[in-house]
Structure formats: C-alpha cells, structure tokens
Design a protein around this ligand. Structure first.
Ligand code: BTN
Length: 333
C-alpha cells in the first residue's frame, strides 16, 4: 500500500470532510451527496480510514464523527501545517517497503524530487552504516529525504554531522529529552543509540548531484527485543526507545520539527557557515575529549578524540601524532 501527498484521492476527501465537521455527525448519505462519491464507496473509505488508526465514532441514524487522529506519518498529516520552504512538500508513504533509502535513491536524480520525503511504517531490508542491516519494525520512524543542495562538494562529509545535530534539536523540542551525539552521527540517550543517520551521495563532474539522507529513529520500539537481536553485532553499545510503550506520543510532530530544523541547517551549510555547526555539535558531543578506539577498514586507531575538523573529520591524538578520520565504528573507552 502506498499513499502520496500529490494524489488527490477520495479517501482523503472523506477524511478532510470529517475533520472539518468534528462536532457533528455526518451520515454516509450527506458525505456522498456533498463529495459526489457513492454511499458504498463512502463506507469503504470510512473502513479504510479506521484501519489507518483514526478513531471514528458511528451512531445509528446519526452517522459518523471523527474523534481521534492517527499516529501514522501519513503524507497529508505530515504536510499539514509543515513550516518548511522546500523539504517535505512531496511525500511518499509505504506501509511496508524493503528500504526507503533504496526507493529514494531510484528517484533522486529527477529535479522534481528536491526535498521529497519517503517514509515507511516498517522496512524489510533497512540499511545501516558500514553495509550493515537496520532493523525497522513498526513503531519506529524510518524515512529518507532527497536533497539537491547548493553547497560545495567539500561539505559532503560534514552534512551527516549537521543532519544529526538537526535531529537532536527536533527530539529535544518535541519530547523534551536530552540527547548526545556520538561521532560520526549517532544520537544517544543515556549512552544508548536512539537514532542513526545514513547518507548516500551521487556526485557528477565533482558536483553533488543529490544526497539521500536516511534517518532511523527508535521512536517507540521494544528495546529488550531489539537489544536481544543486536547484541552480537560488532561494537554494539545498546539501543533505547525514545518513548516508553505506555506513553502517548506524536511521531508526526517530531518529523515536522526535524524537517524544519534540517532545512535551517542546510541553509547554514549553503552559506558556508560551518563554524557554528561544529561549535554546536561539539557542545552536544559525547566523543570529544574521550579516549576512543576506531575500527576502520584499515585496522584499529586508538587515541584521544581532540576535535571535529571543519569538514567533519574527527581528529584523534596518539603518541604525538594527529590523525584525521572520516568513517568507522567508534568505541569510547
Ligand atoms: C546507522 O547505521 O546508524 C544508520 C541507520 C539509518 C537507517 C535508516 S531507516 C530509513 C532509511 N532507510 C534505510 O534503509 N536506512 C535508513
């Protein structure tokens, strides 16, 4: 099942009608007459809307009334009241997909897709950094954003770091929890991973053609189950659910806030304002100042994490030598 923000479907017309008449009951005949949709179709749409998590009360002889909204990040919910200029104007929503990242990469070269968001309720083959899988059950936020930015190619390595900073801001603003940043771009709470970021870049003639930013947030997931599955992964340091199961939550607001913060940070990058990003990232970093062990494809690097360079490289000091690294698996020791 796929929904988009640009298909003007009857289901959304029925839903919008219910939304704008929350205080009264509407019969299927009323809805049918006004929207010019058959009564049978109206009933089918009501059934479908309910299956999407909306609560609709129905009373004999009176009709239907919308009493509660959904937690699914459906395109029309995400675009409603979104304060961005460009990101999230176009949204694809899947109930299940292999990977939002793979779908986004396939369409990313079209000039019509700048800012497009691809979101899925669950993923069957989610991708993580360093060629790993990413477990993506229902309850998490799994999305990819297509960007065709106007910044220099030298900023590419700083971009995931900037995006992770935008995500910490959105999380703090939406749910009020303190987060930390573990290099390169993990978001942590109480030392455990709550969200991760993956960036796929397409470059042509030394220019960024597009970036696909993949974001995975363990929004309201079964932490014990996930830790049991992941515990034998190399350098695993624990995962945490952003919201406890029983707490009521608003994933749609979190995504809206993230898209807004991301757009602001991209504007800074486009103006070349790296320093402020480095400064704010450093403030939230749990890595800088720590002794670290970094596993790279060329072996292990040990030392003290000194600072983040203006291109996002981590500077590690050991035996009177400074080393700059861009990728790898990092352990704080
Ligand atoms: C990491 O390893 O820390 C990055 C994980 C990124 C996962 C997200 S979920 C949405 C998007 N689709 C994918 O297949 N991966 C990214």
């Amino acid at each position: 099942m796929i929904y988009t923000s640009f298909d003007n479907i009857d289901l959304v017309k029925v839903l919008s009608f219910l939304k704008s008449h929350k205080k009264e009951y509407l019969s299927d005949q009323d809805i049918s007459d006004i929207l010019k949709i058959s009564r049978v179709a109206v009933r089918e749409h009501i059934k479908k809307i309910r299956s999407l998590g909306y609560q609709i009360e129905s009373k004999q002889k009176l009709g239907y009334r919308l009493v509660n909204t959904t937690n699914l990040i459906l395109p029309w919910e995400l675009t409603d009241g979104l304060k961005t200029k460009m990101i999230g104007k176009k949204v694809y929503y899947f109930d299940t997909i292999d990977s939002t990242q793979n779908f986004a990469i396939k369409i990313a070269s079209s000039s019509k897709e700048n800012g497009t968001v691809v979101i899925s309720n669950k993923q069957t083959r989610g991708r993580g950094r360093l060629g790993r899988g990413w477990i993506s059950p229902q309850g998490g936020i799994w999305l990819s954003i297509i960007l065709q930015p106007n910044f220099d190619i030298s900023i590419t390595t700083l971009f995931p770091i900037a995006a992770s900073l935008a995500l910490t801001r959105a999380i703090e603003k939406t749910v009020g929890k303190k987060t930390k940043l573990k290099w390169p771009n993990d978001i942590t709470i109480k030392g455990k991973k709550v969200a991760g970021i993956l960036v796929d870049v397409s470059v042509e003639s030394n220019k960024i053609e597009n970036l696909v930013l993949g974001v995975g947030i363990n929004f309201q997931i079964n932490q014990i189950r996930l830790e049991r599955i992941l515990k034998n992964t190399e350098n695993f340091y624990g995962v945490i659910s952003l919201m406890e199961k029983s707490k009521c939550s608003n994933p749609i607001l979190l995504v809206k806030n993230f898209l807004y913060e991301l757009e602001k940070i991209i504007e800074l990058l486009e103006k070349g304002k790296r320093k402020i990003i480095i400064k704010n990232w450093t403030k939230k970093s749990s890595t800088i100042g720590k002794n670290v062990v970094l596993s790279t494809s060329d072996g292990k690097i040990k030392g003290r994490a000194i600072k983040l360079d203006s291109d996002g490289a981590l500077v590690i000091y050991n035996k009177k030598k400074y080393q700059r690294v861009y990728a790898g698996d990092l352990i704080h020791s």
